[in-house]
Design a protein around this ligand. Structure first.
Ligand code: CA
Length: 241
């Protein structure tokens, strides 16, 4: 919205209030109002054709037209409560790790803090300072054990690519397909496996070492594909337990 139209609406609002409150002196030809940019009083001419004046826009509509960046982040967070996001099929147990943990933990020795859900494993290298829903300030030394079901479209050889900062492993049907474990900046590893058509249990175990950067991307290339793509969300389901 331009400064001109904003000050025009403020003017009209004051004009309306002035007329209804009886404070406006009829026939003076000018109205005194406060500029939105300063406390100085300015004079502006009063329109002579009041029937052409549009109604002032309500203040609450003006406020709604100006979204902030923080509301955008809240609308599509990386990690969300599973109950509030039923379209997110990747379920992750969140664990806190001891500082200086050098590799993926033994989950049987830890207790998960909570469950969260992701829409896709498409987290390119980025700074992570948002924390998790209900667990603020956890930016480093955490692990996500993610699970989901993929409806494999046809029999054949599938190649997977796993990019992680820090470490991550891919398991399909409890078999290790890619080992990209350890403390490191974003690093890519690939692995090939023969799959049958139908549902397969996927597990991507991930951990973040020192703050702030994170990355976690899983892509695949099927028997007829020439390029890697993310696994289509339409082929994913939440795990049974
Ligand atoms: Ca890191």
């Amino acid at each position: 919205m331009t400064q001109f139209s904003k000050s025009g609406q403020a003017f009209l609002l004051l004009l309306t209030l002035g007329c209804s409150g009886g404070k406006f002196e009829e026939g003076s030809g000018t109205a005194v109002l406060a500029s939105p940019e300063s406390d100085d009083l300015v004079e502006e001419p009063v329109p002579t054709e009041p029937e052409d004046v549009p109604a002032p826009i309500p203040v609450d509509i003006l406020v709604e037209e100006m979204p902030t960046r923080s509301t955008e982040v809240q609308k599509n967070p990386l990690f969300a409560e599973c109950a509030s996001e039923p379209d997110r099929m990747i379920v992750a147990d969140l664990y806190q790790l001891a500082p200086d943990t050098p590799k993926l933990p033994d989950y049987s020795l830890l207790k998960a803090i909570k469950k969260i859900c992701l829409a896709q494993l498409d987290i390119k290298v980025r700074r992570f300072s948002e924390g998790f829903p209900g667990v603020a300030d956890l930016f480093e030394w955490f692990s996500l054990d993610t699970r989901f079901i993929v409806n494999v479209p046809q029999d054949g050889l599938y190649t997977f690519k796993l990019v992680a900062d820090d470490g991550a492993n891919l398991y399909i049907a409890n078999q290790l397909v890619i080992d990209n474990d350890g403390l490191h900046p974003a690093q890519e590893k690939t692995g090939t496996v023969e799959l049958k058509a139908g549902d397969a249990n996927f597990q991507v175990s991930y951990f973040q070492g020192p703050r702030f950067e994170i990355a976690l991307e899983l892509m695949w290339k099927g028997p007829n594909d020439t390029e890697f793509t993310y696994i289509p969300r339409a082929l994913m389901k939440r795990p049974l337990n």
